[in-house]
Design a binder for this molecule. Structure first.
Ligand code: NAD
Length: 243
């Protein structure tokens, strides 16, 4: 049975991934930062469905907390076979209004966290000559989003990390890929008005917004044995918004 650790998994895309991997028969570790109740609720629900599921609290933008999280993962599951770097934050601001604090927080939560998690996860993966790393970027990291320069830069950075690490780990049986979601109905876009959402839908060739389950499906594929020859890639799950 493979063990998967999903960061920021108490809600949204991360929670959908936890559910999909639990249903697929994996041992699931749900990382959360502050939403203890939500994480425990999800964990209980999945356990009732017969899955082996754990919660691990950690702020993944902090290397000391990430180190402790992987220590716990080792104790609970013997290591992490599949790592999904999903935790993220977004912010809409004019470039000239972005403060040093905004910039540093954006980079540390969306990009440095993946560096810290990959660094802790890799020794186990290298030892067993198997691993799957899936980084959650964004279509804005591919094409740039206006008023989201810091978010776009962090998500583009994740794509660079993915490609370079994939090259380095190719001979170790470890694949490293990105999923780049389009506009997905989660709390992250709850600040958008219904008019904004309608406009985004109209801009999307499928005429719809995506669901967290759409992203979880791509993650399951990238974690499966069927994808062992796919590494260093960015899989857009965006309804054709970016082609
Ligand atoms: P969300 O806000 O529901 O989920 C983000 C999760 O990350 C939350 O559970 C949050 O608590 C967690 N998180 C934030 N900071 C953390 C930290 N320091 N440590 C641990 N956990 C932390 O939004 P979502 O849409 O489910 O986002 C999941 C990922 O998908 C993010 O990386 C986001 O950038 C990316 N994404 C989302 C969309 C979208 O339209 N929703 C589009 C492209 C990419």
């Amino acid at each position: 049975m493979r063990s998967v650790l999903i960061t920021g998994a108490s809600r949204g895309i991360g929670a959908a991934a936890a559910t999909a991997f639990a249903r697929a028969g994996c041992r699931v570790m749900i990382n959360y930062c502050s939403s203890t109740d939500k994480a425990e609720e999800l964990c209980d629900r999945l356990r009732k469905g017969g899955s082996e599921v754990y919660t691990i609290q950690a702020d993944v933008s902090r290397p000391d907390e990430v180190r402790k999280m992987f220590f716990q993962a080792e104790k609970l599951c013997g290591g992490t076979d599949i790592l999904i770097n999903n935790a993220g934050i977004a912010q809409t601001k004019l470039f000239t209004d972005i403060t040093d604090e905004d910039w540093n927080r954006m980079i540390s939560v969306n990009l440095s966290s993946a560096f810290y998690c990959c660094r802790e996860a890799l020794p186990h993966m290298i030892r067993q000559h198997f691993g799957r790393i899936i980084n959650v970027s964004s279509m804005w990291g591919q094409i740039g989003g206006s008023c989201e320069v810091h978010y776009s830069a962090a998500k583009a950075g994740l794509i660079g990390l993915t490609k370079a690490l994939a090259m380095e780990e190719g001979l170790s049986g470890i694949t490293v890929n990105c999923v780049a979601p389009g506009v997905i109905e989660t709390d992250m876009i709850s600040h958008l008005s219904s008019e904004d959402k309608k406009a985004l839908m109209e801009e999307t060739p499928t005429g719809s917004l995506g669901t967290p389950e759409d992203i979880a499906g791509a993650m399951l594929f990238l974690a499966s044995d069927s994808s062992s020859f796919i590494t260093g890639q960015v899989i857009g799950v965006n309804g054709g918004f970016v082609v």
